[in-house]
Design a protein. Sequence first.
Length: 188
Amino acid sequence: MTKIEYKLRKFRKTDIDNIAKYANNKNIAKWLTNEFPHPYSKKDAESFVNMILKEDSGTVFTIEINREACGSIAVIPQNNEKNNSKNTVPNTQIQDTAINICDKQAELGYWLAEKYWNNGIMTLAIKEMVDYGFKTFDIDCIFATPFVNNLVSQKVLKKVGFTSDNKMKKIIKSEETYEVFIFSIKKD
């Protein structure tokens, strides 16, 4: 197997076309929340890239392969106030989505173009992001929430050192309820 080189870098406006091309894939979208639509249009890619460029928070990066943006990976520090008012909206479609693994935590999210699956890229990219997250932010742990049926993503997280106590959390996606496992890794 030939090793495919990748790098993590900040997004650029020139990434919009490639993000639209690779993100418009139902096999990717089925494992992500409603924030990742399917079909995924150029307008969706423009909105996403422009939001990332505007925020420039140093939490979201593109996965570049062969000079193309082929995915995205993020480690986003969480506000863990136990009584956060945005979790108490009286709407039956909104639920308490807070996950409390430790006091100072971040959430990991990622996707990669299907043509690059099963090449070890995501394992390496997650390791790199975990190191980056712990060095950059005042956090003690990082968590990820793969869908219960997404065995490949769970396997990748385990390879990196994430563990799960097999507790499930329900999320709502496209008006359907899905279960996710909570995986986490603690700072050494």
